[in-house]
Design a protein around this ligand. Structure first.
Ligand code: NAD
Length: 477
């Protein structure tokens, strides 16, 4: 966190970025204000009897914009949760959903709690009670407000919430669509856990398909061999780092966690580090890299790509001038403050903004919600039919080859890939890739076409605010 007195709060930072973009648009001031403000924030304080005493918890659910319903956004469990943060995150959800064309308004929730201090059965009691408070006010509801995981929550919490909703709405046939990010056996979808990190990978792949954009970051070539620093090896950071190193040839030269950082010029084995953290609750003591106690300083490591994937405000007025990367992809929400953003732009660092970079999560959540409402797994109707049609073609080609006296036959690798019909995971990844490519191109078009748009973040805001404004106009506002 920044120690500078000039640093705005997270919500002010989001508003400043919004204001910078909206100045370049021609919106009536009333509509501009309507889009910017957060519609409502509900604060709840509830008691749970734990370890022989009554403990009071504070939670929030904020609804930023209802230009489309349901509204959507994760639920975060962290000590630092507060109203300002939840409102900033809800606003980002509005812009994110508009940018990737997920048909939702923006919302976010949070509970002030350090989940590491509680046993599983205690967390279940707390989560069910929090969910009860939100469900009875329709702040969790398949057609009005659909939460998902965020920092400190995951499949387990989403399953508890879904079950709590089903208990309170026994005749709602769409009950499972009240929350996304559930485990597969509780109505989840293949590929949701990896989705945000996978989306970060697809976002970078699309960026590197555009040599002009790569050159703007003073980089060249592909992701292969690029030196990457990742902050936060949780859900998002782990998957992004894993896919980039295992599939694209990037080198993860540093991983920053709560208790310090691991640095290795030769590249870190992401799976190995993840396993170490799981058994040792931190990175300290990991044998195959150099340990640095001051993790925040490692954000300043000279590298090609910096992936902040932990929390907001980590690149701020204190350290922005010393950041020594060429490209930042904001896997976390709001990791770069408005002031830092300006300093980095002046230095020529290209920033792929959060509202696009981490939209993989809400995109696959959208697919999960559709799956729950349609009550059928993706690919169930088409898969075998697709396989039998492909088999027909391959058999026909083989007979043609024989009839022509050729010894040609398709390779075993081609056959196994071509003959396999797409299952849910393949379809989800394909839909996610398509979404990330289309959203990148929509931002890029504005970035390149308008001389007054100097960066991808402003371009992203222009695209998304334009879409939200159209929805409001269509409602007659
Ligand atoms: P997570 O709880 O799974 O992981 C967060 C990781 O960051 C943990 O490993 C934690 O130890 C580490 N961390 C926390 N504070 C740190 C600090 N000060 N320095 C270094 N490491 C620190 O959370 P997540 O779901 O991966 O979310 C991370 C970020 O991504 C958040 O900003 C969240 O809003 C955003 N995000 C998450 C999703 C999703 O689907 N989970 C979707 C979109 C955006």
């Amino acid at each position: 966190m920044s120690s500078s007195k000039n640093e705005p709060s997270f919500r002010q930072s989001v508003d400043m970025m919004f204001n910078r973009a909206v100045r370049l648009m021609d919106l009536p001031p009333g509509l501009e204000e309507k889009i910017r403000v957060c519609n409502a924030t509900y604060t709840v304080r509830f008691g749970v009897r734990l370890r022989g005493e009554l403990k009071t918890f504070t939670g929030y659910r904020s609804v930023h914009s209802e230009h489309m319903e349901p509204v959507k956004g994760g639920i975060r469990y962290a000590d630092s949760v507060n109203q300002d943060e939840v409102e900033a995150l809800a606003a980002l959800m509005t812009y994110k959903c508009a940018l990737v064309e997920a048909p939702f308004g923006g919302s976010k929730g949070g509970l002030c709690i350090d989940p590491r201090q509680y046993e599983e059965h205690e967390l279940e009691l707390i989560t069910r009670r929090f969910a009860y408070e939100l469900i009875k006010r329709d702040l969790i509801n398949p057609s009005q407000n659909v939460p998902a995981p965020d920092m400190g929550t995951g499949e387990r919490e989403m399953a508890w919430i879904a079950d709590q909703y089903a208990r309170m709405n026994t005749t709602d046939i769409n009950a499972r669509a009240c929350v996304t990010g559930k485990p597969l056996n509780a109505g989840g979808i293949a590929g949701r856990v990896e989705a945000t990190g996978r989306g970060v990978q697809y976002a970078l792949q699309e960026f590197f398909r555009e040599p002009d954009d790569v050159a703007k970051a003073n980089l060249s070539g592909t992701l292969d061999g690029k030196r990457v620093v990742v902050q936060g090896l949780g859900n998002v950071g782990y998957h992004a780092a894993k896919f980039l190193s295992e599939e694209d040839g990037s080198k993860i030269i540093a991983i920053i966690e709560r208790d310090g950082a691991l640095v290795s010029d030769a590249g870190l084995d992401v799976e190995d580090v993840r396993n170490w953290i799981a058994t040792h609750q931190g990175v300290a003591g990991y044998p195959n890299a150099t340990y640095v106690e001051n993790g925040t300083a490692v954000l300043e490591t000279d590298c090609d790509i910096l992936i902040p994937a932990a929390m907001e405000g980590v690149i701020n007025l204190d350290n922005a001038a010393r950041i020594s990367t060429k490209l930042i992809i904001e896997a976390a929400n709001g990791p770069v403050t408005a002031g830092a953003d300006e300093i980095l732009r002046e230095k020529g660092v290209v920033i792929i903004p959060d509202m696009f970079a981490n939209a993989g999560g809400v995109t696959v959540s959208y697919f999960e919600w559709v799956k729950n409402l349609s009550h059928i797994r993706f690919g169930r109707m088409q898969r075998r039919q697709e396989e039998s049609r492909n088999e027909l073609i391959v058999n026909e080609l083989e007979s043609l080859s024989k009839a022509l006296g050729s010894t040609w036959s398709p390779s075993a690798n081609f056959k196994s890939k071509y003959l396999r019909g797409a299952g849910e995971l393949e379809l989800v990844r394909s839909g996610l890739d398509d979404t990330m490519r289309a959203a990148y191109q929509s931002m890029r078009e504005v970035w390149h076409a308008r001389s007054d748009v100097k960066d991808l973040r402003t371009a992203a805001y222009l695209v998304s605010i334009g879409k939200v404004a159209s929805s409001y106009r269509a409602k007659g506002l």
